[in-house]
Design a protein around this ligand. Structure first.
Ligand code: ATP
Ligand code: MG
Length: 177
């Protein structure tokens, strides 16, 4: 808790339903509206032309956006390169946390690094514990582990009720990417 009674939250968006990354982007937009500095780091992703990559250029004064991944790991041609990208991403997180310049830090798809044994939840919690008292952190991704959820202040699990994919509707621009 900081002097003004504010607490930097650990927020987790997990579950199989769609909306985790877009929730984090929505929160980013809200924070930017207050002039807060935001660092948004995307793990795993990297091969698609995501709309957000272009949109964020308009907020260059406040928003630092980094894409660390090489596309989805389960489609990977080279797990060693994925692991290297993940390590590089995690080093960046440590640097950002140490600098403490941002009021909101988003670690998009971070849970996959745990699933693929590139990072442990304990390591995540150790690094996040070093952040400033009013820095909010968002972690997104399916299958968040018990330890991370225990430590979090806010956990929302998005549950799939329906997804257009099941009707055979392919990923659409502006909706999925
Ligand atoms: P979004 O980026 O749209 O907020 P997400 O972050 O919740 O989705 P991820 O688990 O990161 O979803 O998956 C990324 C991609 O998979 C997105 O293109 C998303 O639309 C798609 N997706 C998400 N949920 C489902 C689902 N239940 N069935 C099929 N595809 C899904
Ligand atoms: Mg996502």
């Amino acid at each position: 808790m900081s002097e003004n009674g504010q607490k930097g939250l650990l927020i987790v968006y997990t579950g199989n339903g769609k909306g985790k990354t877009t929730a984090a982007l929505g929160l980013t937009l809200r924070a930017l509206g207050h002039g807060h500095r935001v660092c948004f780091i995307q793990f795993i992703k990297g091969s698609w032309k995501y709309g957000e990559l272009t949109a964020v250029e308009r907020f260059a004064d406040l928003l630092d956006f980094h894409v660390m991944g090489r596309g989805f790991t389960w489609k990977s041609d080279d797990l060693e390169k994925d692991a290297a990208a993940a390590r590089e991403g995690w080093e960046l997180v440590q640097k950002i946390i140490a600098e403490g310049r941002h009021q909101l830090v988003v670690l998009d798809e971070l849970t996959y690094l745990v699933r693929y044994n590139m990072l442990s939840e304990q390591e995540i919690l150790d690094v996040l514990a070093r952040r400033g008292p009013s820095v909010h952190v968002v972690v997104t991704g399916r299958g968040a582990g018990e330890q991370l959820m225990q430590a979090a202040d806010l956990v929302t699990e998005l549950r799939e009720v329906k997804h257009p994919y099941r009707q055979g509707i392919k990923a659409q621009k502006g909706i999925e990417f």
